[in-house]
Design a protein around this ligand. Structure first.
Ligand code: SAH
Ligand code: SF4
Ligand code: F3S
Length: 460
């Protein structure tokens, strides 16, 4: 094989949807001769795929651009040109302001128009000026992007099925950066899942900012729910595990809950953000659910799938949150118990309604609340992990670990599992006896037979 003529350095920030988009961006640029490099100094094209969700995430991009500007100058001294592109949600939110603040940037491209990158690259070069494309174009990017390649892939893959959000939580930028809610058609998703399976993928995670609001057109012309889509993807030959994220409590319907009890391929893990444990704060957030709605939902999900591992997102220090309201968040955490969770200090985002509320919570109060919350969540995670010791679990062996002879995989509950096994077993769903548990991962012995009776399937 000839070496690719040009090198691409692609750095991804933010959520899984950006990880997916980055893969598609790399695939869209491959026909132009771009091969990926991990060495930024070698790159002819640098793309930052950015996240705007919290201030810290967005600011990281500018510090990164400062560093990359230095690399660009050093390369220029060696007679090498470097094109710098900012993609993703900061690109969408800030547009041309990015090139004003960071003139080293050549191209700004939003999450709905990155399929146009090959053209934008030509334009940037030909016109020798900054190019900004933050449109939400009529044409569907998924249909314009090259089909997923059939070359070997790691065994777990993401697959975006839904984009955007119409919920408008008052703290959140996503409805502005990703646009209105949109579902891909079932046939398109099935074809992509089949391609992934042919490339060695055994687990797919269906992605969407509001994945359970999915309502894509089915081959029968009807709008399919996420539940129906999950059953279909579970039936794709070669796909043995299916996950989905992120869900909104309002869109957890009966059929989706039932899928967790009925479809073996759907893994016993659910990420269901609740954000806050007080009804007053939930209303101010425009979450459209109450604490009781959430409690009842969890009870029904656990009835369908008793061993399900629950995960959530929580915000502390939303404007006006009192100590008592924060305590209600801690109580809900105690009551539900999570296998793992993400928690954040509220970050005011330009253009969102909550940013203009006057009673912002002081930074030190937010920091104290976050520390108390994370202590509780970490204890729950450690307890969940510890309870796995002694069990034998089906683990999808995903990649080599840090130690020689070690592999890292995932349990059905999404915990990372370290085990000693030869690299030839990557891609296998192996029976692993869990021998010890840490705060964030498990360690286990891989059984030699690949298809021992799988405990998780027997847990219903
Ligand atoms: N669509 C998903 C989450 C998208 S963003 C959902 O509705 O649940 C991921 C998480 O970031 C959110 O769940 C929320 O907890 C957090 N988040 C979003 N905006 C934030 C902000 N302004 N400050 C702090 N955390 C925020
Ligand atoms: Fe943001 Fe709310 Fe939409 Fe989630 S549901 S993406 S938190 S606006
Ligand atoms: Fe960030 Fe955009 Fe995802 S703001 S969390 S990258 S949708």
């Amino acid at each position: 094989m000839t070496k690719p003529a040009k090198k691409l350095f692609l750095k991804t920030f933010g959520c899984q949807m950006n990880v997916y988009d980055s893969e598609r961006i790399a695939e869209a640029l491959a026909p132009l001769g771009y091969g990926e490099t991990q060495e930024i100094g070698e790159a002819d094209l640098v793309i930052l795929n950015t996240c705007h969700i919290r201030e810290k995430a967005a600011e990281k991009v500018y510090s990164e651009l400062g560093r990359i500007g230095g690399i660009k100058s050093a390369r220029r001294e060696r007679g090498r040109d470097t094109v710098i592109a900012v993609a993703g949600c900061v690109a969408q939110a800030e547009g041309r302001a990015i090139v004003e603040r960071a003139p080293v940037v050549d191209i700004v491209v939003g999450p709905q128009s990155y399929h146009r990158l090959p053209d934008l690259l030509v334009r940037a070069r030909r016109e020798d000026r900054h190019v900004v494309d933050t449109e939400f174009p009529e044409e569907d990017k998924f249909r314009r992007l090259p089909a997923r390649g059939a070359g070997r892939r790691p065994p777990a893959a993401f697959l975006t099925v839904q984009e955007g959000c119409d919920k408008f939580c008052t703290f959140c930028v996503v409805p502005y950066t990703r646009g209105a809610e949109y579902s891909r058609a079932v046939a398109e998703i099935v074809t992509e899942a089949e391609r992934l399976a042919q490339a060695g993928v055994r687990e797919v995670t269906l992605l969407g900012q509001n994945v359970n609001a999915y309502h894509g057109q089915g081959p029968d012309g009807a709008a399919w729910s996420l539940a129906r889509l999950l059953r279909r993807i579970a039936a794709v030959s070669g796909i043995e595990r299916v996950r989905y994220t992120t869900s909104h409590p309002r869109d957890m319907d009966d059929d989706l809950i039932a899928v967790h009890g009925e479809v073996e391929e759907v893994m016993p893990y659910l990420h269901l953000p609740f954000q806050a444990g007080s009804d007053r704060i939930l209303a101010a957030m425009n979450r459209k659910h109450t604490v009781d709605d959430y409690r009842r939902l969890i009870a029904r999900i656990r009835e369908a799938r008793p061993d399900i591992a629950l995960s959530t997102d929580i915000i502390v220090g939303f404007p006006g949150e009192t100590d008592a309201e924060f305590d209600a968040t801690l109580r809900l955490v105690d009551e539900v118990t999570f296998a793992q969770a993400y928690s954040f200090k509220y970050s005011p985002r330009p253009g969102t309604p909550a940013a203009t509320i006057e009673e912002q919570v002081p930074e030190p109060v937010k920091a104290d609340r976050l520390a108390a919350l994370q202590q509780a969540l970490n204890a729950q995670k450690a307890a969940f992990n510890a309870a796995c010791v002694g069990r034998t679990m089906p683990v999808l062996l995903e990649r080599p670990g840090r130690l020689a002879g070690q592999l890292v995989g995932r349990s059905p509950y999404l915990q990372p599992v370290h085990t000693m096994a030869p690299e030839s077993r990557v891609g296998e769903i192996a029976a692993v006896e869990i021998v010890s548990a840490g705060p964030n991962s498990l360690e286990g012995d891989t059984k030699s037979e690949s298809d021992l009776p799988l405990e998780v399937a027997a847990l219903h």
